[in-house]
Structures are given as C-alpha cells and as structure tokens.
Write a protein that binds this ligand. Structure first.
Ligand SMILES: [Zn+2]
Length: 292
C-alpha cells in the first residue's frame, strides 16, 4: 500500500467494515488560489478541484464528495467568480470522492457534464456499475457528452484535452491544457489517477480461480503510463493533492508566488514512481498465479 497516502490506505481498510470516516484532508478547505492566468485551485487539502476561467463562462474539474459543493462554491466566489458561470463540468475519475457532488452542482448551475467513455455508466448509475464493489454509491447524473481518448473541450478560446488514462477507473481522465504564467506558455497536466485501490488490487491478474478485476486492465495501465510519460508538463496537478505535494506548494506560495506550480521534474519523478509500484505489484501477483 506504499503508493497510497496513509490516510487513504487507512480509510480504504475501513471501507470493508462498517466504519466509514472520511480522511479530514478530504473535507478541510484551503485558501483558494491562482495557479495561472486562467486556472485556479478551488478544492480541499486533498480532494482537488480546478476552475478554468474563460470570457464565455467557466469550467469546473471535479465536484468531489456529496458534501463538497458548498466548499467549492465558497472558493469560487472568494476568488471573485460567479457560481452560475460554470458552464461545463469535467472530472478525473468516476469515484465518489471526485463525482458525488456533480448532481448538486448540475442542479445549481445547469452546467454540461462531459465524461470519458468507461466512466459514463458508473456516473449514470451512481457507482452501481463500478468494478470495485466496495466503493460507496453516490447521486447519479446524466452525462451530456461522452468523451473519447484525446477529445478536446473548448470554451471561450481555451481548449482542454482529455487523455484516457484507465486502470484506476475505466474512464480515468488526465486533463491537459496550455496556460500563460509569468509571460510564458506552460503545459498543464492534471493527472487522473495511477494506482489500484487495495480492495481490488489482488485481482490485477486472474488468480486463485478469480478473473482479473476487469478484462485487459493491465493493457489499460500500460496505456496510462505510456501516455503520462509522453505528456509535456510544466505545471503538475492531479485529482488528489497528495499526487503533486499540494500542501507543500501552498506553504511556499506566499513567498514564491505562482512559480511553485512549475514542477516538471516532480511530475516525471511521480509518474516513474507510480509506474514502478504498479510493475512491482503486477510481478508479485503473476508469481502467485497458479500455473495449471
Ligand atoms: Zn479513485
């Protein structure tokens, strides 16, 4: 479980029992802040949410927990933007900690929901069709546009590209865009996810009479790491603050300004680490697979 933050690992260990306490970092707000000219952080200490600001309305990436919309709204308004200007809702992965708030935000803003193929049925069934049966259900939402790998979403002159990076969820999505900061054009990468939850980790390959957790999951992970390794990255972000050391960067923000978000080497290092953790797990499970 080395690849998970201790709080997340602990939480998931509890998920199979009756206790369902959420990690405090998922619900504790942080001061919302500017990442670049068009991009803002509006999430909590660990559940990331991003506001992309355009002259024709705004895009929100990740609605988080069912209880998160008021926190996200406060952050958006504190930055001087209007809640009702959210036109498009995107997400990184169809797990309840990133999409349970979608239904409420849709109701309040009427924004269009765009989701990667593979995650569509999970969002429309409120989590019922997820390959991981231990994950909590959430209010379902209707998907307005189904995205495919490398599809783009454009609003007010800003274009985001949806990279399908499946494995963590079947439609796990890494978003990229270009943005201006300090007079330069910078490549932004918002990583969707790159690890298996422990509850399904044991089924990465078929073993002990059980099939793999879903067909071709290992092909999916190969595609994900190949994609992540080729994406140009200056500004490194992700679905969880822990992916890109959010808290550390927020601490440095006051003194160092928005340059703290520029972290090309941190991105490469984190992708490499996630990949080798995945390979190690895979190798271990292949070894325990019966040969007959
Ligand atoms: Zn997840």
């Amino acid at each position: 479980m080395k690849f998970l933050a201790p709080a997340t690992a602990l939480f998931l260990a509890f998920a199979s029992t009756l206790c369902f306490a959420l990690p405090a970092d998922w619900t504790t707000p942080v001061e919302p802040c500017k990442i670049s000219d068009t991009l803002y952080y509006v999430g909590s200490r660990d559940l990331a949410a991003y506001l992309v600001v355009t002259p024709q309305g705004n895009i929100l990436i990740n609605a988080n927990l069912e209880s998160s919309p008021p926190q996200i709204r406060r952050s958006v308004e504190q930055l001087g933007f209007r809640w009702n200007d959210i036109r498009i809702l995107l997400n990184n992965q169809a797990h309840y900690d990133h999409v349970a708030g979608v239904a409420q935000i849709f109701q309040e803003t009427g924004a269009k929901l765009m989701v990667m193929e593979g995650d569509v049925d999970v969002i429309e069934s409120g989590g019922a069709t997820d390959f991981d049966p231990t994950l909590p259900r959430f209010p379902s939402s209707h998907v307005d546009r189904i995205l495919k790998d490398n599809d783009t979403v454009t609003l007010g002159g800003i274009t985001l590209t949806a990279h399908k990076t499946p494995g963590h969820s079947r439609g796990c999505t890494t978003w990229t865009m270009q943005t201006q900061a300090a007079g330069r054009t910078l490549n932004v990468v918002i990583v969707g996810g790159w690890a298996m939850n422990p509850s399904v980790l044991m089924q990465l390959v078929a073993s002990h009479g059980k099939p793999e957790v879903y067909p071709n999951i290992t092909t999916d992970f190969d595609h994900t790491f190949a994609t992540l390794k080729t994406l140009p990255c200056d500004i490194f972000l992700g679905a969880h603050g822990g992916y890109f050391h959010l808290l550390d960067k927020l601490e440095r923000l006051t003194n160092e300004g928005t340059s703290v978000w520029i972290d090309a080497s941190g991105y490469r290092e984190a992708v490499g680490k996630a990949d080798s953790t995945y390979r190690k797990n895979l190798e271990q499970f292949r070894k325990t697979e019966p040969t007959n």
